[in-house]
Unconditional design. Structure first.
Length: 229
């Protein structure tokens, strides 16, 4: 009986040693991979980016991985409070871990210098800037992103400007007589037509020809409508 007990204890000890012998993935390496990934993915953002990766629970134990890959989960964004995933892509060691991160971006945000009405075309003197933290994507930081654009609605003084507040000026207006261009086999056919809606450069607009046919084309910088057969 004593010998059997000794063998059981020895077996348990060997199993324990074999578990501890498996190399464990360094939490520091995981956090480093996340930091590098977020840094690369936020290079396009204006201003100063600060990245904070949460500590990983000490109880999390994963096999050491020679091929770590960080990724952004579906629906995630690299701004504010977010989550970044890290997966091991090595054969026989596949695992995935999600780690909370905080991404702060401090930049000069564009603001309006005065109250402006809907439909107003922004000029350089209408725009100022203030140092602040980006709370969401789409906020403008370069005056060239706003000058010449049209306000979709009225705004007050000090309003932070965002992409969805502005539109390009219309190159074609509803009811306007426009020139239709059709490209075929290296030559162009020109005709007149009536625009059925407002449209900016690069947008698609429907045009009624003199014969009553309705066609769709892309608005050009000069207001012509290019139709590709």
């Amino acid at each position: 009986m004593k010998n059997i007990l000794q063998w059981i204890l020895l077996g348990a000890l060997l199993c324990s040693m074999s578990v501890w012998a498996v190399p464990q993935q360094s939490h520091a390496e995981i956090r480093t991979a996340i930091t590098a990934f977020v840094h690369e993915q936020t290079l396009h953002l204006p201003g100063q980016v600060t990245i904070t990766v949460n500590e990983i629970d000490r109880r999390v134990s994963l096999p050491a991985c020679p091929a770590l890959e960080a990724f952004l989960p579906p629906g995630g964004q690299l701004l504010g409070n977010s989550t970044v995933g890290v997966r091991c892509t090595a054969n026989m060691k596949k695992w995935t871990l999600f780690v909370p991160v905080q991404i702060k971006v401090s930049a000069n945000l564009l603001i309006t210098n005065r109250s402006l009405q809907q439909g107003y075309v922004l000029r350089a003197e209408d725009i100022g800037s203030q140092q602040s933290e980006l709370a969401q994507t789409g906020i403008l930081t370069d005056p060239l992103q706003a000058i010449g654009k049209v306000l979709k609605f009225s705004v007050g003084a000090g309003q932070v400007l965002k992409q969805d507040m502005l539109r390009a000026p219309y190159a074609v207006r509803q009811g306007q007589i426009v020139q239709i261009q059709v490209e075929r086999q290296g030559f162009k056919i020109h005709a007149d037509g009536q625009a059925l809606s407002n449209a900016a450069e690069g947008e698609t607009v429907q045009v009624k020809t003199l014969s009553g046919q309705v066609v769709s084309g892309v608005v050009q910088p000069d207001g012509a409508v290019n139709i590709r057969p």
